[in-house]
Design a protein around this ligand. Structure first.
Ligand code: TYD
Length: 215
């Protein structure tokens, strides 16, 4: 049994957190740590099938907000039981690209799902498992939209239903993250995601090292 730590990565679309997640996993592995990297929705066979339903389903535009939320939660429940809890029990670092805060920010603050009900649902879905540390990749929603527009030019046919959402939505999501951070400041660490990838990575690693040292 080594140190174990459950770290989640959060941010609006285009914040670059998925790139950071991969680079962080590599850097921590190079230090000889046992690292499990996963993402939401997905991360398990069942979760990947749910991800496909959520992101690529041709009729996806018709999906109700509650149906969408329950699918995110189903994927998450599977991930917690099959991968996250067992990995933490073995000892090591679990890095998860999005977790419950994404549902709070996107479905709660972004789509208007009642926050009290949502918290109870998330507690059920995760069986009460909360992150030790959450890295927040903070980016101006306008900049996030521009980054995604550019990326879409390169993969024009790779259309993603959730990417079609407007700036106003991402502004609500961004404000939601700010509210979540204000509620539990000790769990969160804020990174400036407008910086170059290498700088953001170095800052992220420094935060993780510091927390692992205290753990
Ligand atoms: P993701 O694959 O992380 O996309 P990206 O790497 O571009 O950020 O997430 C896909 C989308 O799903 C993203 O728009 C956020 C959304 N999402 C929710 O709305 N609720 C959730 O609970 C989760 C996990 C994701």
């Amino acid at each position: 049994m080594g140190l174990n730590m459950f770290i989640t990565l959060e941010g609006i679309d285009g914040s670059g957190k998925s790139t950071q997640a991969r680079a962080l996993a590599q850097a921590l592995q190079a230090q000889g740590r046992h690292v499990v990297l996963t993402r939401e929705p997905g991360g398990t066979e069942i979760g990947d099938a749910i991800r496909h339903l959520l992101l690529d389903h041709p009729g996806g535009q018709a999906m109700s907000v509650r149906a969408e939320l329950l699918l995110f939660c189903a994927s998450r429940a599977q991930l917690v039981d099959e991968l996250i809890r067992p990995s933490l029990q073995r000892g090591g670092v679990v890095l998860c690209d999005r977790y419950t805060d994404s549902s709070l920010a996107y479905q709660g603050y972004g789509r208007g799902v009642d926050l009290e009900q949502l918290r109870r649902l998330l507690d059920f879905a995760t069986d009460g498992l909360t992150p030790d540390l959450t890295l927040y990749y903070d980016l101006d929603p306008q900049l996030g939209l521009e980054r995604r527009r550019r990326a879409r030019l390169l993969t024009a046919d790779d259309w993603n239903r959730l990417d079609a959402q407007e700036l106003a939505f991402h502004q609500r999501v961004h404000a939601g993250y700010e509210a979540l951070i204000a509620q539990q400041p000790a769990r969160w660490a804020r990174l400036d995601a407008s910086q170059p990838v290498e700088a953001v990575l170095a800052a992220s690693l420094a935060i993780i090292q510091e927390r692992l040292g205290q753990h």
